[in-house]
Design a protein around this ligand. Structure first.
Ligand code: FES
Length: 520
């Protein structure tokens, strides 16, 4: 097949692929969605691209044949197939035509989505269709997303399909494409577990099924369709990579918290959402070796729980002291599981400390953190590697307490939460800032700035929805591709050599030098 024929085939198939991804993602395509699709093919007044206008009648002509191929399983509609078709169609188009075609495809997806939402009913949205459209938007707008998805698609064509038993993958037949170790993916909620009165665990599987590869202690960023927009939040992965079929996050309901309340009230088994990651460097895998002392406060239990599960699953002699602080007995997350682990593993011991309980309410230790209390619970703490996670004030008390007690801080690692992300602040602002410009290729914005400005700050200040979390170069959530020009970093902690080779930058810590084009 010649390149020209490839392209002419791809442009005819592309609207059908987009339609099937959105309308049949839940396996329940409605008459309303089909009518909308037919109308879009028949009346292309919504379409500005000359190429697409010419091909829509051909899509309408071939619709029946494409549908039969789809039903017979001969038409791939996974995101890799869409990415490959997009890459083929958009390649070598002049940039102006490319932009018009991209806008048309986004508009096409939105119109199908509208029909999906109408089917869902008043005041409801078709969550699966929204997730599909978000993923398609990413493929349409971002060349790097297309390259990644198309590469996975090519690999999947050369490997035997993994067998499926009750939806689970079998490791012996899995190929590279069945392992998720980075990037965006679609998740399906498998179950929701009540941990305490205000904490739930959400278990997910990948769609299509994949094994989750990450380091215990890392986190993912969930993308949630809330009130008609996508809201991103980062949550620690509470499951262990030693059990790679399922990825879990454990979330505390926060008063007036948009995302935590949505997750608690709306997310149910079978619903889909997108996620990116894994991110973060707080992990026992790359840190000081055991014996270990895990100290957590409140929701800070999640990364150290993942580490404990990992170590007990994979190391025969894991020696762990686990000390968890919470306000009241009913606030202890994972209490039953931790006590069970203590009963099963002779080198695992856990203690639960209540800061606000009376002796009638709690027979264990009571009080706020103090180094004296910690040394009572873990008398050999000086010989252990400490991993600490909790609210800012709590972690600061523990860190200072350990340091003052002469603890070897090279065997100490911590992660805190509670402080709202603030604008990236320069650690070494150039004294002689020069004029610069950032071109945001996906958003189509060109912003004049200076070489002292961070890419992320400029993006957010100009209404560009750029993913971010720590804004300090530590988590990696803000990674994006520098398509042209040079960026100067003042911290590359969360970039790997491979990232740098691929042209990735940390938007929160990168400043433009001259003109910088980024994939945002
Ligand atoms: S937002 Fe965390 S590294 Fe940039």
């Amino acid at each position: 097949m010649t390149a020209t024929k490839d392209k002419s085939t791809a442009i005819v198939e592309l609207p059908m692929l987009l339609f099937l991804r959105i309308a049949d993602g839940d396996g329940a395509m409605s008459a309303l969605e089909m009518e909308r699709f037919d109308a879009l093919l028949r009346s292309p007044d919504w379409c500005r691209s000359a190429l697409l206008r010419r091909s829509l009648p051909l899509t309408e002509r071939d619709k029946g044949a494409l549908w039969r191929r789809y039903v017979d399983g001969d038409l791939d509609v996974d995101s890799g197939a869409v990415a490959a078709a997009l890459a083929c169609v958009l390649a070598e188009l002049p940039s102006e035509e490319q932009a018009i075609l991209e806008q048309d495809l986004l508009s096409f997806s939105r119109r199908i989505l509208e029909a999906a939402d109408r089917r869902a009913g008043w005041f409801k949205t078709d969550t699966k269709a929204h997730v599909s459209v978000e993923a398609l938007d990413e493929l349409i707008r971002r060349p790097s997303a297309r390259v990644h998805a198309a590469a996975l698609h090519r690999m999947s064509k050369t490997r035997p399909a993994p067998t499926d038993s009750g939806g689970a993958l079998h490791l012996e037949l899995a190929g590279d494409d069945t392992f998720w170790s980075g990037g965006k993916l679609s998740l399906s909620c498998l179950r929701v577990i009540d941990e305490t009165h205000d904490v739930k665990t959400f278990d997910f599987v990948a769609e299509p099924r994949k094994f989750f590869c990450y380091k215990p202690g890392q986190f993912v960023t969930l993308e949630l369709p809330i009130d008609g927009r996508i809201v991103r939040r980062s949550y620690t992965i509470s499951s262990s990579p030693s059990r790679p079929h399922v990825l879990s996050v454990t979330v505390k309901r926060v008063e007036n918290g948009l995302v935590s309340n949505w997750l608690h009230d709306r997310l149910r088994a079978g619903m889909s959402l997108s996620a990116g990651g894994p991110y973060g460097k707080f992990t026992c895998v790359d840190g000081a070796a055991g014996p270990y002392l895990f100290v957590s406060g409140g929701s800070g239990v999640t990364p150290v729980m993942s580490m404990a599960r990992w170590l007990l699953d994979t190391a025969a002699d894991a020696d762990i002291r686990f000390v968890h602080f919470a306000r009241r007995p009913e606030d202890f997350v994972y209490e039953r599981e931790l006590r069970l682990l203590e009963a099963r593993f002779p080198n695992f011991r856990c203690d639960f400390v209540c800061s606000r309980a009376t002796p009638e309410e709690w027979s264990g230790p009571i009080g706020r953190f103090s180094i004296e209390l910690l040394s009572q619970l873990a008398p050999d703490m000086i010989s252990r590697a400490v991993y600490l996670c909790g609210p800012d004030g709590f972690t600061e008390s523990v860190r200072v307490g350990l340091s003052d007690a002469g603890f070897d801080m090279s065997r100490f690692a911590q992660e805190s939460f509670g402080g709202a992300p603030s604008p990236s602040t320069a650690t070494a602002k150039p004294a002689d800032a020069s004029p610069a410009k950032i071109v945001f290729s996906t958003s189509g914005k060109e912003i004049e700035c200076t070489s002292a400005d961070y890419v992320l700050d400029i993006a957010l200040a100009n209404g560009i929805d750029a993913a971010n979390s720590c804004r300090a170069g530590q988590c990696g959530v803000c990674k994006t591709t520098a398509l042209e020009g040079k960026a100067v970093h003042d911290c590359t902690d969360s970039l790997t050599e491979e990232d740098i080779g691929l042209g990735l930058i940390l938007a929160c810590r990168a400043r433009p030098e001259g003109i910088l084009v980024v994939d945002l």
